[in-house]
Design a protein around this ligand. Structure first.
Ligand code: ZN
Length: 270
């Protein structure tokens, strides 16, 4: 049997199992072609002294940014070039646990294998640093390619502030209840670019899920399941909208009054 840091650590194993489960959903939904998408989870609270004393199994790698809030933090990151469908079956062979070093600008891999983290690591870690700085309980970030939501982002009319939020909320009451902040919009930027990271960070101030125009979504959540659920309800609404259009009509949507009634009844923020 392969040696794994998960052995005898129930809480950590449960967290990694959740990541694997969500990776499977991303693949099954058709949102994770080839090596598309990323998952990064802050697991610092689940790391014991023995893990903290584990030696590095990689060279020291530069993050590319200095993030003082991450001092002493540990993350599980999907590996660069790895597939979600493989991560679903073997998370520790398609992702790894990293330790942020004391300079807050570099890291080492500590378990289980020296799988290099995603090339999107700087942007994911920048978001995590911001979550820590603001005292957020959120521990997970997910990037994926939901087909229907991306399709809708090809319509410039839908890229106005909260145009998509209101449209998606109006398709089915639960979307407003379970994605209460709506969908933020980030105009198209080069994947992996600093501009994309900065625009995402800004938009995440006001939303849990943001649309990267013509590319995908980026979500933060309490854990990876929470982040997935919010994307999933938005995607459900997008499917209802598109199905209505395919049947040849513009869906009526819930009325303003009905949406307001939801906000009051469920004490929603918007
Ligand atoms: Zn992508």
């Amino acid at each position: 049997m392969k040696q794994t840091v998960l052995e005898g650590r129930e809480a950590l194993k449960k967290e990694i199992d959740k990541i694997a489960e969500v990776a499977g959903y991303l693949w099954q939904n058709g949102w994770a072609e080839r090596n598309g998408g990323n998952i990064t989870v802050n697991i610092t609270e689940l790391v014991d002294d023995k893990i903290k004393s584990l030696p590095a199994i990689s060279d020291v790698k530069q993050i590319g940014v200095t993030l003082p809030a991450l001092k002493g933090c540990y993350f599980f990151c999907k590996g660069t070039g790895k597939r979600m469908r493989d991560l679903a079956r073997e998370p520790m062979d398609n992702g790894s646990i990293i330790r942020i070093l004391d300079d807050c600008a570099s890291y080492v891999i500590i378990a289980d294998n020296a799988v290099m983290p995603t090339s999107e690591l700087p942007s994911h870690l920048t978001v995590h640093a911001h979550l820590i700085e603001t005292g957020s309980p959120y521990r997970a970030t997910v990037h994926t390619h939901p087909i229907e939501l991306i399709a809708m982002s090809h319509n410039p009319k839908m890229m106005g502030k909260d145009v998509l939020s209101n449209l998606l909320w109006s398709m089915i009451p639960e979307t407003k209840a379970f994605c209460p902040l709506g969908l933020g919009i980030v105009p198209y930027e080069l994947p992996g670019s600093n501009n994309l990271a900065q625009a995402t960070l800004n938009e995440l101030e006001n939303y849990d899920v943001v649309m990267w125009e013509k590319h995908g979504v980026f979500a933060k959540g309490l854990d990876v399941m929470d982040a997935f659920d919010q994307i999933d309800v938005l995607s459900k609404s997008a499917k209802i909208y598109i199905n209505s259009r395919c049947m040849g009509f513009e869906p009526e949507g819930m009325s303003e009054a009905q949406m307001k009634e939801m906000s009051v009844a469920f004490n929603l923020p918007k």
